[in-house]
Design a protein around this ligand. Structure first.
Ligand code: BG6
Length: 476
């Protein structure tokens, strides 16, 4: 059974949602320099805005000018929580200024006030795949230790400003993406001097793990600051949880799957929740030829900056094995082998609701702290019928099955705080930059070629989710 204060809601990210990329003093972010792509055509990053390309984040779905309408729709669905992220270059346009951009701060004041009006609790991701482009290009993103200083300036500013308006914060979105070949550019913003397809940028393991170390230190410093100065804050981590099942019962596959989960799922979590690198980290670094530069004091920072709750996104599972001849599948920044028991979404992500119960049990067993699912959902092609209805029964089916498994996990004994499904309103896809890959329960009239009225329409899933929340998960 879900607790009576269960945080039902939805999740978004500034760069995929807000638009207004150069309005009211905002500087360009790394995603603002990314063009659109498709499932089989990577987005490109350019060093300047080039007129021949379309940059989907520039307008996105324009939450910046639609926030009142959007929050009212969320309230109508019954949201108790709205996960959103703050746009760093809206506050510090290049990331390196001494003083913040007041107009940017005022925008979030308005958003939080609007949430409060409806009793919606904001859950704010401080960094969701976003960095001021000027900082990313001059320092090579998180590879530079200096980035920690600039980031902390941003954190101090927003912590102080919103101390009476926000209670729940997440440090970095899907921090473990930094370990993954495609995730590293998105997460660690190491884009200095690069122009071209985002899937072709190459980083060494040394660079990836070093940049990630800086993020982990920054995350721990953020948590420490909150605990010291803002006791009312509740700080969480956020990781992408990809369940890796053994492809067969061959002991080699079992071991490989275990190691996959250690390296992909637990490595960052152990640091953020237990306060130190896991016992197998030394070997991981050795195997990858990584010589991590850890400054005196870093390990103490990690130890003292552990989070209050754990959160993760869950979309899919993969199979792991040593037989390279098996069919591959794509996924949320990672890939693996196809599972013959599962079906996939239109974008090839394997749908596995039971895997969510498995993930919740694994995570709770390991850490014993409250957990929240901060992303889950189905990216699909939606159609508006002649009468204006959007019949997204496939999305309802996906969510229903995942919520059922969450409930079973609570019966198993997992302390589950809430669920914010991904992209509660249609927004730009992270991996492809498309609009047609829609996750929302609210349709936005916006298309891949940049056209559209930006009008909002309720899908069938809107009314379904409304009933789910009203009944606290009983009516599925
Ligand atoms: C998560 C990200 O990895 O997956 C979101 O945190 C993203 O930003 C979501 O949008 C779904 O991915 P995509 O590529 O389908 O938008």
């Amino acid at each position: 059974m879900f607790s009576k204060n269960f945080l039902w809601g939805g999740a978004t990210a500034a760069n995929q949602f807000e638009g207004a990329w150069d309005v009211d003093g905002k500087g360009p972010s790394v995603p603002d320099m990314c063009t659109n792509g498709e499932r089989d055509r990577s987005k490109r990053i350019t060093q300047e805005i080039r007129p021949e390309y379309l940059y989907p984040s520039h307008e996105a779905v324009d939450f910046y000018h639609h926030y009142k309408e959007d929050i009212a729709l969320m309230a109508e669905m019954g949201f108790r929580c709205f996960r959103m992220s703050m746009n760093w270059p809206r506050i510090f346009p290049t990331g390196m200024e001494d003083t913040p951009n007041e107009k940017g701060l005022e925008f979030y004041d308005r958003v939080f006030d609007e949430c409060k009006k409806y009793g919606i609790e904001p859950l704010v991701t401080i960094s969701h795949y976003e960095m001021p482009y000027a900082l990313a290009s001059s320092k090579n993103g998180w590879l530079s230790r200096e980035t920690i200083t600039y980031f902390m300036r941003y954190v101090e500013t927003i912590f102080e400003r919103y101390k009476d308006k926000v209670k729940y914060w997440l440090t970095f979105n899907e921090i473990n993406a930094g370990q993954m070949p495609l995730g590293d550019i998105i997460s660690t913003s190491m884009v200095s001097g690069y122009e071209g397809p985002v899937d072709k940028i190459q980083h060494t393991e040394q660079e990836r793990y070093q940049a990630l170390h800086h993020q982990l230190v920054a995350s721990a410093m953020t948590v420490q600051l909150a605990h010291k100065k803002y006791p009312q804050y509740f700080l969480g981590n956020m990781m992408t949880f990809v369940v890796g099942y053994p492809m067969t019962c061959d002991p080699k596959d079992i071991l490989m799957a275990k190691q996959y989960m250690q390296q992909t799922d637990w490595y960052c979590c152990d640091v953020q929740i237990r306060g130190s690198y896991p016992y197998y980290a030394e070997k991981m670094w050795r195997d990858r030829n990584v010589k991590l530069q850890v400054l005196p004091g870093d390990l103490d920072i990690l130890k003292e900056g552990t989070v209050d709750f754990m959160t993760f996104s869950y979309y899919m599972s993969i199979c792991i094995g040593h037989d390279g001849k098996k069919d591959g599948v794509s996924g949320n920044l990672t890939g693996g082998f196809k599972n013959p028991y599962l079906k996939s979404s239109d974008w090839g992500w394997q749908i596995d609701p039971v895997g969510l119960r498995y993930a919740l049990n694994e995570a709770y067993d390991r850490y014993h702290i409250p957990i929240m699912i901060t992303e889950n959902g189905l990216g699909a092609l939606d159609k508006i019928a002649g009468d204006g209805a959007i019949q997204d029964s496939y999305r309802i089916d996906y969510m229903r099955k995942h919520i059922e498994q969450m409930e079973l996990a609570t019966e198993d004994g997992v302390d589950l705080m809430g669920y914010t499904c991904w992209g509660c309103i249609d927004l730009v896809s992270l991996t492809t930059g498309e609009m047609r890959k829609r996750y929302g329960m609210i349709f936005v009239d916006k298309y891949d070629d940049g056209t559209g009225t930006l009008e909002r329409h309720k899908k069938d899933s809107f009314y379904w989710y409304q009933r789910v929340i009203q009944s606290n998960g009983k009516e599925l």
